[in-house]
Design a protein around this ligand. Structure first.
Ligand SMILES: C[S@@+](CC[C@H](N)C(=O)[O-])C[C@H]1O[C@@H](n2cnc3c(N)ncnc32)[C@H](O)[C@@H]1O
Length: 174
C-alpha cells in the first residue's frame, strides 16, 4: 500500500488548535504517516509527538511548511495530491483510482481554502456532497483508501496499549 500524508492548511493558532490536533490524531489512528502543518504552531507538534511517544508508531508532524511548496514538492517526487472539499468529485467514484495512484498527500482546509489548491490538486474529492468537517472527511477518506485494513494495525514501540474488553478499561503501560 502506498503511503499517505496529510497537509493541513488554513490553521488559525488562536482558534483551531483542538481541531488541528484532532486532524493529526485521526490521521495517525487511521493509517497516515504524518501531517504537514501550513502554519506556525509548535504546540500542535509537541502534543502529537507526546501521543506518539506513548502510543507508538512513527507518525510525524512537520510544523510551519509552505502549503504551495509542500504540494509542488510532493508532485515533483512523483506523488499524487487529493484535496478534500465538498465541491469535488464523489469519493465513491474515484477512490479506486486514487488508491492505485501511488503516494498520496491528502489536503484538508479550515475555513476558506485558497482557490489555487483546487488547480494544483490531482483530485478534488467530496466525502458526501454536504458540508461537514476536515476531521470527518479525513476519517472516512482514509478508511475507504485503506479499505478498513488500518483499523486493527499495531503500533511499534508503544508504551501504552489497550486490551479490548467488553466492559471496563484495560490499559497497559501507565
Ligand atoms: C469547515 S470546512 C470548510 C468549508 C469551506 N466553506 C470551504 O472553503 O470549503 C473545513 C474543511 O473540511 C473539509 N470538508 C468539509 N466538508 C467536506 C466534504 N463534504 N467533503 C470533503 N471534505 C470536506 C474540507 O477539507 C474543508 O476545507
Amino acid at each position: 500500500m502506498a503511503r499517505a500524508c496529510v497537509l493541513r492548511i488554513g490553521h488559525r493558532p488562536e482558534r483551531d488548535q483542538r481541531v488541528t490536533t484532532h486532524v493529526a490524531l485521526t490521521a495517525r489512528a487511521l493509517g497516515a504517516d504524518g501531517m504537514y502543518l501550513a502554519a506556525n504552531d509548535p504546540g500542535i507538534k509537541k502534543s502529537v509527538d507526546s501521543v506518539v511517544g506513548r502510543w507508538g508508531g512513527e507518525f510525524f508532524v512537520e510544523n510551519n511548511v509552505s502549503w504551495r511548496r509542500c504540494i509542488t514538492d510532493w508532485k515533483v517526487r512523483g506523488g499524487t495530491v487529493a484535496h478534500l472539499t465538498m465541491y469535488g468529485l464523489r469519493m465513491t467514484d474515484v477512490i479506486d483510482e486514487v488508491r492505485d495512484a501511488g503516494d498520496l498527500l491528502v489536503v484538508v482546509g479550515a475555513e476558506k481554502v485558497p482557490g489555487d489548491v483546487f488547480g494544483l490538486a490531482d483530485y478534488n474529492i467530496s466525502v458526501t456532497t454536504q458540508p461537514h468537517s476536515e476531521i470527518s472527511s479525513l476519517a472516512l477518506f482514509l478508511d475507504h483508501l485503506f479499505e478498513g485494513s488500518e483499523l486493527n494495525r499495531e503500533y511499534p514501540d508503544a508504551l501504552m496499549r489497550i486490551t479490548p474488553s467488553a466492559r471496563g478499561k484495560m490499559r497497559n503501560g501507565e
